[in-house]
Design a protein around this ligand. Structure first.
Ligand SMILES: Nc1nc2c(c(=O)[nH]1)N[C@H]1C(S)=C(S)[C@@H](COP(=O)(O)OP(=O)(O)OC[C@H]3O[C@@H](n4cnc5c(=O)[nH]c(N)nc54)[C@H](O)[C@@H]3O)O[C@H]1N2
Ligand SMILES: Nc1nc2c(c(=O)[nH]1)N[C@H]1C(S)=C(S)[C@@H](COP(=O)(O)OP(=O)(O)OC[C@H]3O[C@@H](n4cnc5c(=O)[nH]c(N)nc54)[C@H](O)[C@@H]3O)O[C@H]1N2
Ligand SMILES: [Mo]
Length: 672
């Protein structure tokens, strides 16, 4: 990204045309980053709460005073019960320096509770780990040479634009694009075919495809024999999913599955762009495993334009131990503090504490996240944050729904103002982020907040006081073969470095699993008490698994990101909100008719956890039985102060402990 600066202000951001993965293109929301950075609502000073929690009433204080109050409140808790202190952070910035570096070291030194950062991708990451050994896959660039691309649980026009550029190029060269998505997304409508399956049934579709691939002789026996493990067991599992059964589970035509399998099996350059939308359900980990088996069965990995890409983050030799310093934990790694799953933050904050949970959470430091808007089962999250005996610090650019509940807010710098380094989960470059302007107002980088707090708490561990530059220089293992002969100075000078990787990563096997093969059958899963083979696991909230619930709440709700928002970021940017206008609910004409819902009226969406209001759009974009509320709205910018997470649940996925945002039954009623 390039920044045009005038009189110390960023006036424009643009893509860098020399950067190979992005080729000078920014997505719509990020083109507004200058507007966001100098927005009139930007937090400019530390703030102390003066009204009730959640009311959003604050008064300015100095950094020194703020850090003093924070240290005085945290010090006694840290001495008495360090696990009563909890960090909460995620994707506000995914930078390695402003994410988990000094912050992680600080919490490690205290022995605070650890946070399981599972709100987004943990099920998919686990699925890949057990199958390929790590979050690794195809290079995004080579999709343009593919002849068939399955865009599976992904909406790249909104959420992964640089992949979409390659898919369009492939289309121009004659490739067929097939979207697999319960919703006719912006992307699905531009593909040659759209397979609108029921949410959470992807594993059944993949197993049905395998059934056909095996029955009709599309298996690449040489590849399977040399580079995979457990074919016979997998074939037995797939035999349980004839296309008729898979079709009934997915709610699609049997012939669609047969044709899809034949197309995938008969195309050498067949590629799958999998993304995280399909793993936000109970069986998300197994579904990723099932789909990840497909290109190994057919030998698609032999071509650089064949295979699968979910995440490429595992290619980067990130040096997590140097960044986070787990060795600083008081008892070392032998007896680490408890882990709290971030998806269950509502229950965790409301837990009184006991022998199995450990101490009640008394202090929370939130950075790079807006949990009151983004975490599931929001009524509980808000109730937890509203606890008067909870001491909450929020580091933010804006006064978000979460910041409203803080005792202290500290103003944070943006990526235009601080130093950082990045790996990517969509391409195979690493990047440096150099500051373009001075910090706006009194804002400081997250790292500087934690250094200041450590000083105020009289901590002396030297690792807590390293500069951002020192941390950045340690972010990668420079001696790793993918970065050979490179260093931090070279990265800073060029802005990015391409990892040195083979074009077709698994053409000759070389998976990162214990066996070095693609593990259809996983002994590790078996040892951990799981099914060693991928299977279809019905959603928690489905007629199959919970008929009584499904009778009361017959509609499956999904709430994937709106194009102009980045999770809950950018919702307060007027030009972007103007495009999204207001919270909507897309509902199929038959479902709408049955409820007397007309296009454009306000509706209430509800289940036992809560409710939200939205404007109905009666449209066949939503398949029958599924409603879609593009997200993630700020609650306080919504008509009833509620967003989609009022109805989502804290239940976790089969593998990885991920969130199940799209495993959610609701009913909808007209507010007319
Ligand atoms: N504009 C924009 N871009 C973003 C983001 C954003 O908020 N806004 N967020 C970023 C982040 S953090 C992430 S994780 C990614 C998310 O981006 P993606 O990984 O693409 O995931 P989602 O957008 O959650 O869902 C993608 C598609 O999956 C569909 N889907 C939902 N349930 C199912 C299912 O059960 N099966 C199948 N096959 N499809 C399903 C949805 O309808 C949606 O169209 O995007 C990143 N990019
Ligand atoms: N219903 C529903 N809920 C979802 C999802 C969904 O699809 N549907 N998607 C889920 C997914 S995939 C994800 S990744 C999570 C994301 O949830 P979060 O990780 O909370 O991401 P954001 O909503 O973007 O909020 C991040 C906050 O960090 C702040 N921020 C940005 N940069 C910095 C910085 O450098 N320093 C500090 N201190 N703050 C910064 C921003 O101002 C913003 O308010 O949401 C999840 N929640
Ligand atoms: Mo995410």
């Amino acid at each position: 990204m390039r920044v045009t600066v005038q009189d110390g202000k960023a006036i424009k951001v643009s893509g860098d045309p020399d950067h190979p993965p992005t080729q000078g293109v920014l997505c719509t929301k990020v083109t507004r980053y200058a507007e966001r950075t100098h927005h009139k609502d930007r937090l400019l000073t530390p703030l102390r709460r003066v009204g009730p929690k959640g009311s959003g009433q604050f008064e300015p204080i100095s950094w020194e005073e703020g850090l003093r109050i924070a240290a005085d409140r945290l010090q006694p808790i840290a001495r008495r019960a360090p696990e009563a202190i909890l960090p909460y952070s995620y994707a506000g910035t995914m930078g390695l320096v402003q994410g988990e570096s000094i912050a992680a070291r600080f919490f490690n030194v205290l022995g605070a509770s650890r946070l399981d950062r599972t709100i987004c991708a943990a099920a998919g990451a686990a699925g890949l780990r057990y199958t390929y050994g790590a979050s690794v896959g195809m290079h995004v660039d080579f999709f343009e040479e593919s002849e068939l691309i399955l865009i599976w649980g992904a909406n790249p026009i909104a959420s992964s634009l640089h992949f979409w550029t390659r898919a369009q190029e492939a289309k121009r060269r004659g490739a067929k694009l097939i979207a697999i998505d319960p919703y006719k997304s912006l992307t699905a409508e531009k593909c040659h075919q759209h397979i609108a399956l029921r949410p959470g049934t992807d594993a059944a579709l993949a197993l049905g495809m395998m059934h056909v691939l095996i029955r009709e002789g599309f298996v690449d026996r040489d590849y399977v024999d040399a580079h995979t493990l457990g074919f016979d067991e997998l074939a037995k599992r797939a035999s349980l999913y004839p296309p008729s059964r898979a079709a009934a589970i997915c709610g699609i035509d049997e012939q669609v599955i047969v044709d899809l399998a034949r197309a995938f099996g008969s195309t050498k350059k067949a590629a799958i762009r999998l993304n995280y939308g399909m793993q936000r359900v109970r069986g998300g980990g197994n579904a990723v495993r099932a789909i990840a088996c497909l290109p190994s069965l057919t030998g698609a990995w032999r071509e650089r334009s064949g295979g699968l890409l979910l995440s490429s983050s595992g290619w980067a030799p990130t040096h997590a131990a140097a960044l986070q310093r787990p060795d600083l934990l008081p008892g070392g790694l032998a007896k680490p503090p408890r882990i709290v799953n971030m998806n269950a933050i509502g229950d965790a904050l409301l837990h009184p504490g006991d022998a199995s949970f450990g101490p009640r959470i008394e202090a929370l430091i939130v950075y790079n996240s807006n949990p009151v808007a983004v975490a599931p089962d929001s009524a509980k999250v808000a109730a937890g944050f509203a606890r008067d005996d909870l001491f909450t610090i929020v580091l933010e650019h804006f006064q978000t729904d979460t910041a409203d509940y803080a005792d202290l807010i500290f103003p944070a710098t943006t990526q235009l103002e601080h130093l950082d380094v990045h790996q990517s989960y969509g391409h195979t470059h690493v990047m440096a982020n150099l500051p373009a302007i001075a910090p706006v107002g009194e804002s400081r980088p997250n790292t500087e907040f934690f250094r200041g707090l450590a000083r105020a708490m009289e901590l002396t561990e030297p690792a807590l006081f390293e500069t951002d530059e020192q941390i950045a220089s340690k972010a990668f293992r420079w001696d790793h073969p993918t970065l050979k002969d490179q260093n931090w100075d070279a990265l800073k000078a060029s802005g990015w470095l391409k990892l040195d990787l083979p074009d077709a990563p698994f053409a000759d096997g070389g998976f990162r699993t214990p066996s070095g093969k693609c593990e259809f059958y996983s002994q590790r899963l078996k040892d951990e008490g799981h099914d060693p083979l991928p299977d279809y696991i019905p959603p928690y909230e489905s007629a199959e698994a919970a008929p009584e619930l499904a009778a009361r709440y017959p509609l499956a709700m999904i709430s994937p990101p709106a194009r102009n928002f980045l999770n809950s970021s950018f919702v307060n940017i007027e030009s972007l909100r103007a495009t999204e206008r207001e919270p909507h609910l897309d509902i199929h004409p038959l479902d709408a008719q049955a409820r007397g819902i007309a296009d454009g009226i306000q509706v209430r969406i509800f289940n036992d956890r809560g409710s939200m209001q939205a404007c109905a759009r009666v449209t066949e974009r939503a398949r029958q039985g599924v409603v879609v509320g593009l997200s993630i709205w700020w609650k306080k910018l919504s008509p009833d102060g509620c967003n989609a997470n009022q109805v989502t649940s804290q239940a976790l996925t089969d593998l990885g402990g991920s969130a199940t945002f799209y495993d959610c039954l609701v009913e909808v009623e007209s507010l007319h």
